[in-house]
Every structure is written in C-alpha cells, then in structure tokens.
Ligand binder design. Structure first.
Ligand code: ZN
Length: 314
C-alpha cells in the first residue's frame, strides 16, 4: 500500500538536492574514476550495499566490505579494503560508531571524497541512547524498518548528487524500494502481534534489537550490551537466567555474527533450574545471510528474523 508521502519523494529529493543538504555536495557531478564510467561505490555493511543495489541497479559498481557473519563493531579494514576505499567515488557507512575500528579512516577520507555516514540523518530525538553505551547512540537503526527508510533516502540523495543524469531512475527505484519497506514495516507489526503480549521478550547475545523492540513492541534483553566489544560477565548471565525462569520465556536466540557461547550458558543455566528453554534459531543481526539466499537481502533478513521470533515465542 502506497503512503501519500512516497509520491513526493522526487520533489523531496530534488528540494534537498538543490538546497545543498546532501552529504558530499560541492564535489563535481558525475565524476567516476572507473574505466567503464560507472561510479565505484563501497558500502560497509550488507544492508547498506543492498540499498545501493536496489536504488542504482547495474548503473554503479557496488562493493560491500562486510560479508555474512562479519561483526562490524570489531571489523578492521584490510589492505585490500583500504585500496578499494581509496579508489571509490562514494563510501557509504552506517556511522553512529557502528564501524568503531574504521572511524579514523572515514574521517581522513572524508576530506577528499564523498563519505556518507547514513545513520547521521536519523534525528537525535529518534536515536536510542542506552546508558551502557557511554555517550554513543545505538547504531542498529536498520531494525526499525521505518527508521531505515530515512537512511535509505540518504543513499538515494547521494547517488543523485553524484550522478544527476540518472535522477529519474534513482528516484523511481528509490520510490519502489521505499514502498516495499513500508509493506515490510506493516508486515512485521502484524506478525509480532501474534505473540502473546507477556511472551514478547527477545533475548539475544548482544543488544542489536533495541530499535526493533521499540518499533514493534518487544522487550529486548541483550547479554553483551550494545556493542560486542565487551564480553558478557557472570552477572549478566545470572541476571538473564533469573528473568527467563521467572517469566517462563520459551526461547532465546543466537546471532550469525556473534559467538554463541554466552547464550548457550544461559540455556544450560535455565535447564539446571528446571526451566526448559530452546534456542529459537539464528538471527541475522549485524550481518546479512549468504548472497543468493533470501537472507542475503535486507528484506529477506528481516523476514527471516521475524518468522524465527514469532515461531519460537508464540
Ligand atoms: Zn551490533
């Protein structure tokens, strides 16, 4: 179902473009460094690379740095990555300190090329500021689909800025993609509503799902806090077991990009106290699934997660 606002995306994009509000404005238009004339685009996470593919299709050459199972909190750029970033026309990254070990690289490259931290467009009033992350906002914005739409529009605006000859195509594609994200957002709401209210508790290894919980009415508990840099301590594990036993929660979840051992300790702990709990499946949190599978796209990864959560908790 189209929302009225989507009809105006072109006008919105154009207005922002003219207003010079797009990151990277002032760089020369339509300049591409590749031999085939295509813009060379590098994105950090799979979710961002997927948005670029949906909006630009074959018109750009897109490379995602972080493949399946890769943890962006801990990821360090390889020599090959640095070469790619150096030759890129546009660099998209999540920002909000997600790619914590690459921050300095982006800061340096930002003075000479178009580097776009797409999470920066999320207004501060809509960012989560959990105490445990010491001054940084929660970077996992892609799990509130409506919030992610705002970030996706930043991708579209940047592409238009750098390749204005294809403005019509980018607007058309962005509009269609935003429509599918609207539909996804509604679908997630409907699915979560099937879980009894007192069972809407999502326990995972690290706190990637805070925005998901806020958007869709799910209580979220992560063992490691918001980044995977700190390991779960004994206190966290014990506290989590208490909660699961008291609330009689049926399942906890592992994540494709985070080691399982702390979640497995929680399952064992519950069992030793007579509460049978299962691992409700593997969620894709900070990295998507394999290319060529449904979970290798943003839409597919969200659907996979929601299906796994609903199946295990309802
Ligand atoms: Zn994370």
């Amino acid at each position: 179902m189209r929302q009225p606002g989507r009809w105006h995306i072109r006008a919105i994009l154009a207005a922002l473009f003219i207003g010079g509000m797009i990151a990277g404005c002032g760089q020369s238009d339509d300049a591409s460094s590749s031999e085939d004339g295509k813009l060379e685009v590098v994105a950090t996470t799979g979710m961002i690379a997927d948005a670029v593919k949906n909006i630009a299709g074959e018109t750009v050459s897109i490379h995602g740095l972080m493949g399946p199972g890769v943890d962006p909190h801990l990821y360090k750029a390889t020599k090959g990555d640095i070469d790619r970033l150096n030759s890129a026309d546009i660099i998209f990254y999540n920002g909000l300190n997600l790619e914590a070990k690459m921050a300095e690289i982006f800061r340096q490259m930002g003075s000479s090329k178009t580097t776009v931290p797409i999470g920066d467009v999320i207004p501060d009033s809509l960012r989560r500021h959990p105490a445990q992350f010491e001054g940084h906002p929660d970077p996992h914005i892609w799990f509130d689909v409506s919030l992610w739409e705002t970030a996706v529009q930043q991708v579209a605006m940047t592409l238009i800025d750098r390749d204005s000859a294809r403005m019509d195509l980018y607007c058309q594609n962005a509009s269609a993609y935003l429509d599918s994200l609207d539909a996804l957002h509604q679908w997630v709401k409907e699915q979560i509503a099937q879980i009894p209210e007192n069972q809407r508790v999502l326990v995972t290894a690290h706190d990637a799902f805070g925005y998901f919980g806020r958007a869709y009415g799910v209580e979220v508990e992560g063992l490691q806090g918001i980044s995977t840099v700190t390991e779960a301590g004994l206190y966290d594990v014990t506290h989590m077991i208490d909660l699961l036993v008291e609330r009689k929660i049926k399942a906890v979840f592992v994540e494709s990009s985070v080691p399982r051992k702390s979640i497995e300790a929680v399952v064992e702990g519950c069992r030793s106290r007579g509460h049978e709990i299962v691992i409700g499946g593997e969620l894709f949190s900070d990295a998507m699934g394999q290319a060529g599978t449904p979970e290798g796209t943003y839409l597919g990864m969200v659907r996979h997660n929601v299906n796994a959560i609903v199946k295990a908790l309802k």
